[in-house]
Structures are given as structure tokens and as C-alpha cells.
Design a protein around this ligand. Structure first.
Ligand code: PLP
Ligand code: COI
Length: 344
């Protein structure tokens, strides 16, 4: 194994093991899904033996997660908030009529994936981390439209570098009011593959122009929904403002940053954010597991012939401070008084 940690991007690098667990079930007379998950097992086999008519393939019965382990300043391995990811995956499972993976089993599988691939946990100060992609898929063969009763749960580890390569820098977003990622009462609040496939037309069009895509709410196209695959944050004075919307993913990074921001004395506000309010923010950014925070330099609104700019094109001091505060906890440089990190 010869990995140049510092040059890793957000790309898949195969590790020795994945972890796998299987659920075989049936529905009882009340429609309740009955069945059991097998003990999670580490395997070198990266392929699933999946029936061509599996509900994941036919009808998109699939959900996933994303979380990281960090090599701390003290050399120890820290997994960040995996219980929160387990709970979100349970909500996704419920949203798509799948068997939920119990929190204990989810955490056991992540720990096993870390321990079996410990050589792939990047050293401290390389900017790289070990990312885990838990995946839940429906495996029952079906042609009739409906949910299955059998599921595969796998944890795919991969060492990764920063989502946005280079130093902490600003990105540009372009608003797309013509393609919706998720409906207001649809699946946007769940982390399911279909949301991402549905966003590709918009995100790839933005990438071709050299930008990332900002989605507005699907009902009125006047409020900020999400920044590609991350939540939006606007800073005005001592206010930390982030969208409240039924079609965005509740980000665990955003939740952590909101907690830190409150502790720093910010007023944290979650509400609908009209696109026009972008002109009032001193700093803007997007947040998620992959990038932690990525400051936004510009938002282009082509339909209204408007370009919103933030600061002088350099990351602003407030988002930089929030970014550092969260990374300090993740790398063990600050006291983790919330108990967010599990040392393995
Ligand atoms: N929004 C979307 C659509 C995402 O895919 C993600 C990434 O997981 C996020 C927001 C950020 O969520 P988290 O901070 O839990 O990674
Ligand atoms: C994130 O983890 O922040 C993401 O944006 C998820 C994406 C890579 C699917």
C-alpha cells in the first residue's frame, strides 16, 4: 500500500475490507416488517450478488450515509457522531419502506470497518480522513411496484482528501430554478440515492460552467434550499442563519456548527431564506461532512441577472473560526464536551 495522503481528493480508494450485514424478512398480517439482521462481517469481496430485479435496482429502494474517522493530534482514531448518522439512516429507511439498521449494529459495523482498515486512516495533518459510506439497499426480486422485504447493509471505507481541493478557499454557486432536486413533501429530507440522481442534470450543468449548483425550494423557487449536496449558512452580524425546509437533508455538520455557534454567542436562526436576502450576508458558506465548511465567494442568479458577492473573495473570519472550532474537536485539539467523537 502506497498512498500519497496529501494528494488524495474526494475519490474512492479501495481498502482491504468492507463490512456487510443482511436482513431477510417478511411482512406479517398487519403489514409489519419482521426479520433479523445478521452479525456484521468484514469481507474482502467488494461485489454484491444481487438479483437483477432487486428493488434497489428497479425502484430505487436505497439509502446511504457519509461519516468520517480522523487521526487526532494524539495519534488516536476518532469517529465523529456516528449515532447521528445511524439515526438519520433509520429515518431514510422509514422514508423508503426499508428495514432500519439498529444504532448498535450500525456503530458496530463502522468500528469494524475502521479496525479492519486501520492502515488506511490517514496520518494527522495530511488533511485526509477515512470516510465511511454506509449503504442500505433493497435486495428482494420484484417486478410489481412495491417495496421488498430483504436488505443488504454495507459499510464502504475510503481514505479521502478534501471535497474542494486546495486550501480553504471560496467557491461560486449558480442558482438553478428550472430543475428541482426534491419536492417539498418528497424525499429531500432523506439521504436516498434518487435525490442525487435527480440532481445530476442541474449539478453537471453548473459544473460545465465552472460552478456548483444552488437549489431553491421546489414550490416557489424563491427560497434557498441546498447548495449541491450541502446545507447553506449565511452570517449577518452575530446571526447564523440557515434554511428551514422540508426538502433539505438535516446536516449533522450544520447541527454541530449551530451548537458551536450558539456557544460562541451567535443567535442561530433556522427559517426560510429568500434568495434576495443573499445581498444582506457578510459571509456565506455551505457545510457537510465532506467539506466541513466551504465558504461561498459568489452566488449567480441568472434568472434575475444578479450576482451576490461576499467579502473580498477570501474566506470570511467568522466561518473560518467556526470551521476551525469544529475541526479542533474532530482532531482532538479541543475538549469534546459534547461527546461527539468516539475514540477507537
Ligand atoms: N445535504 C445533502 C443533500 C447532503 O448529501 C449532505 C451530505 O451528507 C449534506 C447536506 C450535509 O450533511 P452532513 O453534514 O450530515 O454530511
Ligand atoms: C457530504 O458528505 O458533505 C456530502 O456532500 C455528501 C456527498 C459526498 C454525497
Amino acid at each position: 500500500m502506497n498512498i500519497d495522503w496529501s494528494s488524495l481528493g474526494f475519490h474512492y480508494t479501495e481498502t482491504d475490507y468492507i463490512v456487510r450485514s443482511t436482513f431477510h424478512g417478511h411482512r406479517d398480517e398487519k403489514g409489519q416488517l419482521m426479520g433479523q439482521w445478521s452479525e456484521p462481517e468484514a469481507t474482502r469481496d467488494k461485489y454484491l450478488h444481487l438479483h437483477v430485479s432487486a428493488t434497489a435496482l428497479q425502484y430505487g429502494q436505497e439509502a446511504f450515509e457519509g461519516l468520517k474517522a480522523f487521526r487526532g493530534v494524539d495519534g488516536q482514531a476518532r469517529i465523529f457522531r456516528m449515532q447521528a448518522n445511524a439515526e438519520r439512516m433509520q429515518r431514510s429507511a422509514e422514508g423508503l419502506y426499508m428495514a432500519p439498521v439498529p444504532t448498535d449494529l450500525f456503530c458496530k459495523a463502522i468500528r469494524l470497518a475502521l479496525v479492519k482498515n486501520i492502515d488506511y486512516l490517514p496520518p494527522y495533518e495530511t488533511g485526509a480522513t477515512l470516510y465511511f459510506r454506509p449503504l442500505l439497499i433493497g435486495s428482494t426480486p420484484r417486478l410489481g411496484v412495491g417495496p421488498g422485504v430483504d436488505f443488504e447493509f454495507v459499510v464502504i471505507p475510503s481514505p479521502i482528501g478534501p471535497y474542494y481541493p486546495g486550501k480553504f478557499h471560496c467557491t461560486t454557486f449558480i442558482i438553478n430554478n428550472h430543475i428541482d432536486r426534491a419536492a417539498p413533501l418528497g424525499t429531500g429530507q432523506f439521504k436516498v440515492g434518487g435525490n442525487y440522481a435527480a440532481s445530476f442534470r442541474a449539478t453537471e450543468a453548473a459544473h460545465l460552467q465552472g460552478y456548483d449548483c444552488m437549489f431553491t425550494d421546489a414550490k416557489t423557487h424563491s427560497f434557498i434550499d441546498e447548495c449541491s449536496a450541502s446545507n447553506f449558512i449565511g452570517i449577518r452580524g452575530n446571526q447564523y442563519i440557515t434554511p428551514r425546509s422540508s426538502s433539505i437533508l438535516p446536516s449533522i455538520t450544520n447541527d454541530s456548527l449551530m451548537t458551536i455557534a450558539r456557544e460562541m454567542g451567535y443567535e442561530v436562526i433556522r427559517r426560510e431564506i429568500p434568495v434576495s436576502e443573499l445581498s444582506e450576508f457578510e459571509e456565506a458558506g455551505c457545510c457537510g461532512t465532506a467539506c466541513v465548511i466551504s465558504p461561498i465567494g459568489k452566488v449567480i442568479d441568472p434568472d434575475n441577472d444578479t450576482v451576490y458577492t461576499f467579502g473580498n473573495g477570501e474566506p470570511g473570519p467568522k466561518l473560518t473560526e467556526l470551521y476551525q472550532a469544529l475541526q479542533d474537536i474532530q482532531y482532538g485539539r479541543a475538549r469534546d464536551h459534547h461527546g461527539w467523537c468516539e475514540i477507537v
